[in-house]
Design a protein around this ligand. Sequence first.
Ligand SMILES: C[S@@+](CC[C@H](N)C(=O)[O-])C[C@H]1O[C@@H](n2cnc3c(N)ncnc32)[C@H](O)[C@@H]1O
Length: 204
Amino acid sequence: MAFTFFFRDRSMLSMIIAHALPELKKYRYIRIWDAGCAAGQEAYSLAIMLRQNMGPFMFRNVKICASDHDAESGKFGDMVRDGIYSYKEVARIDSTILNEFFDVIEDKKTYQVKPEIRAAVEFQKHDLLSFNSIACGFNLVLCKNVLLHFHNEERENVVKMFHESMADNSYFAVEQTQELPGGVRHLFDPVVHDRSLFLRKSIN
Ligand SMILES: C[S@@+](CC[C@H](N)C(=O)[O-])C[C@H]1O[C@@H](n2cnc3c(N)ncnc32)[C@H](O)[C@@H]1O
């Protein structure tokens, strides 16, 4: 099973809330692509933080397309759709968040993400190395701890695909340790000094 956990990179999520959300809130619909989502913990962590920072009506217009090639288990789609996680998987989540955004099922042995949050996330099986985007017009693309698995040329082509799939004034987030390959750096401007959150540049 892919290594991931809820709120794995809280500083990145906070950066999105602080720097990207004010721009994203200008749009009626907010379209997000979480590429390489594993079993959905990252997509749900982001959805929860967005909900904490916007009202229920605006949140209804948030759609997070969570994708993964799911080569290992073949079960990510079901896991993301159901939003059911074991006690161990939710153990690190702050109890206030757990109480507010999860329902306890089966006598506290498992937890299910509440319907309002689940409604914002949909899973799509997708191989990034197809270099074909799942859709276009995304306001935020999140791809964390995935690009490191690719060769430099593959990384460049995947990032180019992300750029093409994004709307004007949209954001791209990668893990802090991931530098953009040289061939695609001109496509983005860093938003913060550590360069893990970028603003898309329009290239004519
Ligand atoms: C380490 S997990 C990262 C999960 C999550 N993004 C995080 O940071 O916690 C890497 C994920 O990338 C996915 N992945 C690897 N190669 C991929 C590809 N070619 N297309 C789509 N997903 C891929 C794996 O299946 C795995 O779920």
